[in-house]
Design a protein around this ligand. Sequence first.
Ligand code: GRF
Length: 195
Amino acid sequence: MKKIAIFASGSGSNYQAIIDSVKAGVLETSVELLVCDNLNAFVLERAKQENTPSFAFDPKEYRSKADFEKQIAAEIKNRDIDLIVLAGYMRLIGPVLLQEFPNRIINIHPSFLPAFPGKDAIGQAVKAGAKMTGVTIHYVDEGMDTGPIIAQETLPILEIDTEDTLAKKIHEIEHRLYPEMIQVLLQQISAKIRR
Ligand code: GRF
């Protein structure tokens, strides 16, 4: 069975959706590790509840990003992880992890990229008066939400939508699409290994 690590910084509803898909038998993977850069994040409570081992750290306690990424890389290598899944990890991935795990790090972003990259993508779309937004799953490169796109789904923004209603609809898409795409990617990884 292929193994994944999830990186998150906040509430972790996407972490939960992945766990729930595994429990439901629709996503065949083992969630081996949660990496969290915020010691107060609710996702850590979820991980405890679900018995996912976690590596939580405070970036301020390290001299540099390279220092904490080296430690993360060691945790991941120890567990033979096949895919790193960013789910609300509010930090750019640096050269240490990118070089160690090429084409093995994916992210989900709450907009139809390349529109509205970066923080508060939902708020950005509403403020811009956009008629359409969506969800993007992409490989991670050194840029901010710029890596090759794996899957996208659009969502119309209605006159009556607020940031809250839009966020709810976007999360619903994310919670379905991310587990689906992780399953597809893990199958591709298995096929490549067999070839
Ligand atoms: C999601 O909207 C995701 O697209 C973005 O951060 C949010 C994380 O939400 N990258 P949650 O912590 O999974 O609830």
